[in-house]
Design a protein around this ligand. Structure first.
Ligand SMILES: [Zn+2]
Ligand SMILES: [Zn+2]
Length: 327
């Protein structure tokens, strides 16, 4: 197999030939057909997340076909198309696993962070954490659903019943969430970097009611807001934009420090919460509904060997929607 490998934090990924791995008990091996590039991959490469496995193959929005099956795997078959998400393994016995909060597991393994991921021609995964994808939709179009879609879905659930929903940072997750929210009958207000008219018109084309700069106030107070951009300074701005009792959901895994702000912004039962990882139930719920919701992902494809270019373009905001690597 071949892979783009991160050997040292902060360094470019390196194209490497590696020995083929056989799936162990309970594992499957997948021939990768497409793998999305997520902002979390940037955080891994930049060393912003603690204790990554090194060297590591990043990538946790994997679409591929099973080409080998380990012992004790009964419900997945060679040739089947599956998706492999960020949550790669949980312990099953900690208090979180035992109370339907496996997203908070005390001893988790994460794809592309603490086990090798999908910036490769093949990947081995725990079969219990693979999602059957069926045959509907192209590999590239489905890849961003595996993290941007799933984390977006969990963030949206956490926002509650909000009819008027703000989204700060209009990238891969936001462009999927906006479509889900509209399908649910919500109005979406998109906040981008000030002056980023390209992202604002992209947000409008995705059905957003309003799009403007993060330094602007929405035309009316919001019920809730989701912050996807990894910028702590957006949290007080989002608190300002929601009305009494409103909720601000932080959807990213890493964010710059949140600056201090006057208590009156939090007063009147406003809330700040974060969303961490996903549960397998999130994945099943979302992927079952995705075709019905008619989600259309905007993707920019790169050959696998151009992974460094894809990461650089994501960092610089050089495309709308999501980048996807194709081996
Ligand atoms: Zn656990
Ligand atoms: Zn991700």
């Amino acid at each position: 197999m071949h892979a783009m490998v991160l050997r040292q934090l902060g360094q470019p990924l390196e194209w490497r030939e590696l020995p083929d791995r056989l799936p162990a008990r309970g594992e499957i091996r997948i021939r990768v057909l497409a793998c999305g590039v997520c902002r979390t991959d940037l955080h891994v490469v930049d060393g912003e997340l603690p204790d990554p496995k090194l060297p590591i193959i990043p990538g946790h929005e994997i679409v591929g076909r099973i080409d080998a099956v380990g012992a004790d795997v009964h419900d997945l078959h060679i040739g089947e198309r599956v998706g492999i998400p960020w949550l790669g393994h949980t312990c099953g016995v900690c208090p979180y696993c035992r109370s339907d909060h496996e997203n908070l597991c005390d001893a988790p393994i994460f794809t592309g962070y603490t086990r090798d991921g999908g910036f490769a021609t093949a990947v081995v995964a725990d079969a219990r954490f693979a999602f059957p994808l069926g045959e509907l939709g192209s590999d590239v179009a489905l890849a961003p659903l595996l993290c941007a879609g799933l984390i977006g879905w969990r963030s949206l659930s956490s926002a509650g019943e909000a009819r008027k929903l703000g989204i700060y940072g209009f990238g891969a997750a936001a462009h999927i969430v906006a479509q889900v929210a509209r399908w649910q009958g919500r109005s979406v207000f998109a906040f981008t970097r000030p002056g980023d008219t390209a992202s604002q018109s992209f947000a409008s084309s995705m059905g957003c009611t309003w799009a403007g700069g993060s330094d602007e106030m929405p035309p009316e107070p919001l019920d809730a807001a989701i912050v996807f951009a990894p910028v702590g300074g957006l949290v007080p701005l989002a608190l300002k934009a929601v009305h009494k009792g409103g909720r601000v959901v932080c959807g990213g895994i890493h964010m710059s420090d949140i600056p201090s702000f006057p208590y009156r912004l939090l007063w009147e039962e406003r809330q700040i919460v974060s969303v961490a990882n996903l549960t397998r139930q999130d994945g099943l719920d979302f992927l079952r509904l995705a075709p019905e919701m008619g989600i259309v992902t905007r993707t920019t494809s790169y050959p696998l060997q151009k992974a460094n270019q894809a990461l650089a373009d994501l960092r610089a905001g050089r495309f709308e929607g999501a980048a996807v690597l194709v081996p």
